[in-house]
Design a protein around this ligand. Sequence first.
Ligand code: 6PG
Length: 249
Amino acid sequence: MESASQRRVVDGADFYRAVAQQFVELAADAMRKHGRFRVALAGGSTPKPLYELLATREFVACVDWAHTEVFFSDERCVPPDDARSNFRMAADALLKHVPLPAEQLHRMRGEDDPALAALSYRQELAAAFRTVTVPRFDLILLGLGENGHTASLFPGTAALREFLRSVVPQYLEAQQEWRLTFTRPMLNAAHQVWVLACGAAKAGIAQRVLEGRFEPEVLPAQYLAPAAGQLIWWLDAAAAARLAAVKTE
Ligand code: 6PG
């Protein structure tokens, strides 16, 4: 089944509100369908305003946090209080401000040995989803790096060719740091995968990934193709500026 891929282009001022509204709708839909909403958060800077908006009085009561489980699609191998930590960013922007039960918050242990942290997260995922196959998230949030990476799937890295394990450690030479990342099978098993890209700096890479030559080893975000799910590219007008005619919502 060809994965369904959509582009949602929203003017900058309304971008995060549009995403937040869809987020709460998806959460409610997941609750109706199976009584839980399981989401993997993205790191980096793009999703932070979304998390902050979801933590406001306007939105915080729109998600049934008591039946939500929060995971991360990747993490830097640093302690949770490190400024580089994706967990710290999400905790400060969102998780400290919502009534999510502690046992439903699944942090990647960036402070541990990368291989052991990846192993323990795979075990945590299997236990939380009660499955020995690939866990199917209701939603995986991702960003888009200016080199075409997503999660911590960077061009030319071994993690791109991982098909058995759901989470792996990956050393990044350029960044001189270890990361933990969801792998392609994990990302493409999700019911919904949302890639958020904002700002003029992402216009070039968005055009290459979405409309350029198909070269996923160079542009890993091109590997995103949920087999039985939906891929939505959320772009603000600036990030979509170089795309062929698209309708701005
Ligand atoms: C990370 C993210 C990474 C990020 C992109 C975009 O750990 O940094 O997982 O994939 O989403 O690098 O980052 P920005 O949103 O900061 O542009």
